[in-house]
Design a protein. Structure first.
Length: 242
């Protein structure tokens, strides 16, 4: 078995004395989408925060063959980890293009070239952003803001993209477009750890899935198998009476 891109081993994450994630283990292979589904408050966002280094944890976080559990956030970003948070956290008073260029800030500071080419690639992937490039980010619709958050993440040239509820608050047609783009990113070589409440949409595009309930994984496996699991169908896919 090849070494995974990301492997969590017995990861525990808490807020003060309250433990929110209880000794979970997870693997993300290169070139795959792995989704974590589950109800509100299950610990999904907490899990991503620990992987990104935003929350203290115990256990191990192996990335690219190294235990990065003690690495600061900036070192993880430099190594190719990138988080698109649930609230997008855009700079509302900056233009769309300025927000995108900020995504490449670390790369430019290290002297890397290619930011202009990558900006053109983002505009090709998100034509709406090119149309809105001079607008303030605060004036965008919800779907456009999610596109901008994804585009900004891509400007960092991530190896592993962490997505926290990218469908949150979006209309069904927009959700379909956003998740189609996420699936296309996998085809370009970006690996993705996707946290979603929209279990149906997440399982449709993911390769592997985990069900997180009250801080523990209750089920895991191929996404196609989870989508056919009676417990998942009844609890998360809304087909219990079918």
């Amino acid at each position: 078995m090849t070494e995974p891109l990301l492997e969590l081993r017995e990861l525990r994450v808490g807020y003060g004395k309250v433990e929110a994630v209880h000794g979970v283990s997870l693997r993300v292979e290169r070139g795959t989408i792995v989704t974590v589904i589950g109800p509100n408050g299950a610990g999904k966002t907490t899990l991503l925060g620990a992987v990104m280094g935003l929350l203290p944890c115990s256990g191990s976080v192996h990335y690219l063959g190294q235990n990065i559990a003690d690495w600061p956030v900036d070192a993880r970003v430099a190594a190719g980890l990138c988080l698109v948070p649930e609230r997008r956290e855009l700079f509302g008073e900056l233009s769309v293009e300025d927000n995108l260029r900020l995504g490449a800030f670390q790369r430019v500071r290290r002297g890397e070239r290619g930011a202009d080419r990558d900006l053109a690639d983002v505009y090709a992937r998100f034509p709406r952003l090119k149309e809105r490039r001079t607008q303030y980010a605060a004036t965008l619709s919800g779907g456009e803001r999610q596109m901008l958050a994804l585009g900004r993440a891509l400007m960092a040239k991530p190896t592993l993209l962490l997505l926290d509820e990218p469908s949150l608050g979006l209309a069904p047609l927009i959700v379909r477009d956003i998740l189609r783009i996420v699936a296309e990113l996998r085809d370009t070589g970006v690996s993705i750890l996707l946290v979603e409440q929209n279990a149906r949409a997440a399982l449709q595009i993911a390769d592997e899935g985990y069900v997180l309930e009250t801080g523990e994984f209750s089920l895991s496996g191929r996404s196609s198998e989870l989508a056919g699991n009676p417990r998942v169908i009844e609890s998360y896919l809304g087909l219990g009476g079918a």
